[in-house]
Design a protein around this ligand. Structure first.
Ligand code: ADP
Length: 313
């Protein structure tokens, strides 16, 4: 019997210009999970603390992701999954992705890494399919690989880990209203004008170039979304005020985190990120809506081991 306790990080997907393709991994925001290889075959969710989520394997993203992993692995071994939730479901900072990525990463580790970390992405995506009806990779890729990631292509799946400049810091506000990924997907239009597409892919290229050249101004100029944000931001109270306040305090850019309702601001340096947090806190305190604020450096590692044990039954 083997068991591992891990930190499963929160992630910010889309990053304004990269809907469904860009994401980044946070450092001090995330869940904990304990994954064990057991004598009885089959995948079981044995404990969930901190959230009211399904215990049935086929309804929990962690269970579904591990089942996809074991199908490819070809052996029906026993896996027990404990989830200690700190990221609220439906927050837009990759709650489901943390569970599905954490679970497959841990099982892979306990089995001696039969798959590469890149190969784990497609198993974790099965969890995302359960959570939102769409097997997107923009949260699970950064959770697994760390740093900033780009989904260059979904078919065939081609995930690129990008460079992560040292001074970037995320400020994220999570208003405690639930916006389900499936709901916020329904407001999106499926046709885009060529003018908007040109604007968007110019920014996506600029953002990636900005990361690799550590050009913080270019990163900031590129954090612009003319396709999704205008439609989705109406679901988020005070979105424009928060975004404007963040930029006024010196953030490089700000936008919707994943499918919302969380709003992110990316800054150069901890001082600006803290100033941004204070400004957006002031705005939200007046709304009467409960909220959390997270300030985090970019986590270039992804999932981290907290403790590992091996014992005989
Ligand atoms: P987020 O963007 O924060 O991941 P989603 O709306 O995409 O939020 O996913 C949350 C949905 O996934 C909820 O309906 C939740 O019940 C379901 N779910 C199933 N298992 C889990 C899990 N282990 N962690 C988080 N959400 C889960």
């Amino acid at each position: 019997m083997k068991s591992i306790k891990i930190f499963a990080p929160a992630t910010v997907a889309n990053l304004s210009c990269g809907f469904d393709v860009l994401g980044c991994c946070l450092d001090n925001v995330g869940d904990e999970m304990v994954i064990s290889i057991t004598a009885d075959p089959g995948v079981k969710i044995t404990k969930i603390e901190g959230a009211n989520l399904p215990m049935e394997t086929h309804k929990n993203v962690a269970g579904v992701a591990v089942e996809a992993f074991l199908k490819a692995y070809g052996e029906n071994i026993g896996v027990a999954i404990e989830i200690y939730k700190k990221i609220k479901a439906g927050s837009g900072i990759g709650s489901s992705a943390a569970s599905s990525s954490g679970a497959v990463w841990a099982v892979n580790h306990l089995l001696g890494n039969p798959f590469t970390t890149h190969e784990l992405v497609k198993f974790a995506m099965e969890g995302e399919k359960l959570a939102s009806g769409n097997a997107h990779a923009d949260n699970v890729a950064p959770a697994l690989l760390g740093g900033f990631t780009l989904v260059r292509s979904y078919d065939p799946l081609d995930i690129i880990k990008l460079h992560s400049p040292e001074d970037l810091v995320m400020t994220v506000i999570h208003p405690q209203i639930e916006v389900k990924t499936s709901d916020s997907r329904s407001v999106i239009k499926h046709k885009v004008t060529l003018k908007k597409a040109i604007h968007q892919w110019g920014n996506l290229g600029g953002f990636v170039a900005g990361l690799f050249t550590e050009d913080y101004d270019l990163i900031g100029r590129s954090l612009d979304d003319v396709i999704i944000e205008p439609l989705r931001s109406i679901l988020i109270p005070e979105f424009n005020n928060v975004k404007n306040a963040a930029i006024a305090k010196g953030a490089l850019g700000s936008g919707i985190s994943g499918s919302g309702p969380s709003i992110f601001a990316l800054s150069k340096g901890m001082k600006v990120a803290n100033d941004v947090a204070t400004a957006i806190q002031d705005i939200y305190e007046k709304t009467g809506i409960d909220f959390d604020i997270h300030i985090s450096k970019i986590n270039s590692k992804g999932i981290k081991i907290i403790e590992e044990t091996e014992y005989r039954k």
